[in-house]
Every structure is written in structure tokens, then in C-alpha cells.
Design a protein around this ligand. Structure first.
Ligand SMILES: NC(=O)c1ccc[n+]([C@@H]2O[C@H](COP(=O)([O-])OP(=O)(O)OC[C@H]3O[C@@H](n4cnc5c(N)ncnc54)[C@H](OP(=O)(O)O)[C@@H]3O)[C@@H](O)[C@H]2O)c1
Length: 337
């Protein structure tokens, strides 16, 4: 019998790759989505699409009880649902912090303690590394997020570390790219048009991970590592920001005009855009916010991901060069470039 694996946020970028990886690693996947989700899931006998309502713990628990009596317990859970953009601190806190807490409590009430619950957090929970020493971010350092997003991910980590009574691991992915992503493609499109934009006039260190490697590591962790362990996930290399542009333009065979944009005027523009949204479109979230600009322009996002690859006993399949080749190939074959 294949073990039952519940994956939340199954309709998203990372969620869709988690499903593929879980099928490869022989799980029976329960893809949890919302009624409003636009899910593209392969038609597969080992995928069960379920609709979970996370709004109240008791309601969620009764849904889990029903699922358990129909399909048996969830042996494993990957909680991946989350938001990276929101209009206010409360929304971040509700989805990224309170919702996973309700899921844990509901599993306990439903007497469905999984063998492992993997929480997908973000390196934003730690905040950027020291800009002088350029020391890579590691799970042993104090969490010092610089955004409401990072604060909400820190809060849920604190809950797990201090109150969670079920077996768990937390993963902190760095910036994720790959087929179906919605952020890096914009940078690639600009380079494709001959513009190579850089935010900030200073040296910036980045870390990245291809979504296939991230998915492999998250699914792999279900049966590896001890409960309570935390892992930063990257391709285990750190890059200067200009390497990303260099790699992308070489793959696209484009000549580009490099644009180095100082951060301060971009912060002013973002503040103005946020002001306009508050007045004219309060329900919507602008792509550029002051917090996002501060976060993406931080000088040191290098990290130490040795632990995850050691515990999995392997190395990442992709570095930035091979990962971008694969991703750009996918963008092209899907008519996105
Ligand atoms: N992408 C990155 O670079 C990155 C880096 C580090 C960490 N992460 C983390 O990875 C996770 C997945 O991110 P992603 O990039 O795949 O984002 P995504 O494409 O926006 O997917 C987010 C998923 O979460 C679900 N979700 C959002 N709000 C929800 C709510 N209130 N109730 C239930 N489900 C909800 C979405 O469902 P709908 O389809 O119904 O909206 C979607 O399935 C998040 O926890 C994020 O913080 C992402």
C-alpha cells in the first residue's frame, strides 16, 4: 500500500511540483485545494483532489475525520500553502501563521498524527545575512526578518519549535525558480528584450534553488531526518547577482543593456504605488511594495544548505546554469518567451 500524503497549496507553483515528485516517490497524493483554486493536476489514479476549509479548527478536524474513515489516515503531510504577497500584516499572519497552526490542531483532534509533517517556510523568516561579513545565512542564527511575510514565517516556526507536539521538520527555501514560476520569468523576459536590470549599486549575493530540487528535498524529508530539525534549501551554491543575468543572456544569446537602479528612488515609487492601490484598489496587492524592494535588494542572501543535502545523501540535480537552461527551455516550449 502506498502511504497517504496530504499536500496543501497543491494548486500553486511549488505545490504542483511537489505532486509530481510525490508520485515519483510512490505516495498516494491528496492534493488539498480551495474551491477557487485553478488547479492543473495530471489525471492520475494516485491523486485524490480534496477541498479543505481551514477557517475553523473544529470544521477542519471533522473534514479530516471523514477523510480518514474513507481513505485511512494521512501518514505524511506537507504544508505548503502560503502567501508571499498581501496588503497587510494581518493577512500574512492569518495564512502563513494561524492556518498551519489550525491544521496541526485539527490533525490532533482527528487523531491523525502523521509520521512526519513538513512545513514549507521561507528563508525570509531569517532575514538577510550580515552585509559586511557576507556570512551565509544558517538555521543556527537568530531570526531577524525584514518584512511582514518574513515575520509571519518566523511566527509559525516559533509555534512549531515551542508548541507543536507532532513529528515535524521545517524547510526554509531560498528563492525558487523553474517551470511555472511567476517571478523569475519577468527578469528573463526583460533580458530577452535586451534589458538587464539590477536593483542597488552594490555587490549582492544570492542563493537559488530549482523547483525540482526543492520538491525532491521536501518529499525526501518525509522519511529522512529527525523530528524538530530545520533545513535551509538552496542548490548549495551562492552567486553574485550579475551571474544570474550573465547566465540568462548567454542561454538566450542576447546582447543587453545593463541598468543599475539605485534602491531609494524605487522605494519612493513603490510607496506611491502602494498609496494609489490603497485608495483605488484596496483589495489588490501591488507587485512592488516597499517591503518587497527592501527584501529583494538586501546585500546578502547567501546561505548554507549543506545539512539538507547531507541528510538526503545526495546533491542537487541543478546549478544555476543547468537549471536556467531547463527553465528557459520550458518557457520557450510553452510559448511564454
Ligand atoms: N516561490 C518562492 O520563491 C518561495 C520561496 C520560499 C518559500 N516559498 C513558500 O512556498 C510556498 C508555496 O509558494 P508558491 O511560490 O508555490 O506560491 P503560489 O504559487 O502562490 O502557491 C500558493 C499556494 O497556497 C495556496 N493558498 C494561498 N492562500 C491560501 C489560503 N488562505 N488557504 C488555502 N490555501 C491557500 C494557494 O491556493 P490557491 O491556488 O487557491 O490560491 C496555492 O496553492 C509558500 O508557503 C511560500 O511562502 C516560496
Amino acid at each position: 500500500m502506498k502511504p497517504n500524503l496530504l499536500i496543501t497549496g497543491a494548486s500553486g507553483f511549488i505545490g504542483s511540483h511537489l505532486i509530481e515528485e510525490a508520485l515519483t516517490q510512490d505516495y498516494h497524493v491528496f492534493a488539498a485545494i480551495r474551491k477557487s483554486s485553478q488547479l492543473i493536476v495530471p489525471n492520475h489514479t494516485d491523486i485524490q483532489i480534496i477541498y479543505l476549509d481551514y477557517s475553523q479548527t473544529e470544521l477542519l478536524a471533522s473534514q479530516l475525520v471523514n477523510l480518514k474513515s474513507e481513505f485511512g489516515r494521512f501518514e505524511y503531510v506537507i504544508h505548503n500553502a502560503g502567501i508571499t504577497r498581501a496588503n497587510n500584516v494581518e493577512d500574512f499572519n492569518e495564512v502563513n501563521n494561524k492556518l498551519p497552526q489550525r491544521l496541526v490542531q485539527a490533525l490532533i483532534i482527528a487523531e491523525n498524527i502523521p509520521d512526519k509533517f513538513v512545513l514549507v517556510s521561507s528563508m525570509a523568516a531569517f532575514g538577510p545575512g550580515d552585509k559586511k561579513s557576507k556570512k551565509p545565512i544558517s538555521v543556527t542564527q537568530t531570526m531577524n526578518p525584514i518584512s511582514s511575510y518574513g515575520e509571519s514565517k518566523k511566527a509559525v516556526s516559533t509555534y512549531f519549535k515551542t508548541k507543536c507536539t507532532i513529528p515535524y521538520s521545517i524547510v526554509y527555501p531560498t528563492a525558487v525558480y523553474g517551470p511555472k514560476d511567476k517571478d523569475f520569468i519577468e527578469f528573463v523576459r526583460l533580458i530577452n528584450k535586451g534589458v538587464e536590470p539590477y536593483l542597488g549599486l552594490y555587490r549582492q549575493l544570492l542563493s537559488m534553488v530549482h523547483v525540482s530540487d526543492l520538491s525532491y528535498s521536501i518529499v525526501g524529508l518525509l522519511r529522512k531526518g529527525r523530528s524538530g530539525e530545520q533545513y535551509i534549501v538552496s542548490d548549495n551554491k551562492n552567486y553574485d547577482k550579475k551571474e544570474l543575468g550573465f547566465i540568462v543572456k548567454n542561454i538566450l544569446k542576447k546582447k543587453t543593456l545593463k541598468l543599475f537602479i539605485p534602491v531609494t528612488p524605487v522605494l519612493w515609487i513603490a510607496a506611491f504605488i502602494e498609496f494609489l492601490y490603497k485608495i483605488f484598489a484596496p483589495q489588490k496587492t501591488p507587485l512592488l511594495t516597499k517591503e518587497k524592494i527592501n527584501e529583494i535588494s538586501a546585500a546578502n542572501w547567501s546561505c548554507d544548505a549543506n545539512d539538507i543535502w547531507n541528510v538526503l545523501g545526495t546533491v542537487p540535480k541543478y546549478d544555476l546554469q543547468s537549471g536556467m537552461e531547463q527553465t528557459i527551455g520550458w518557457y520557450k516550449s510553452n510559448g511564454l518567451l
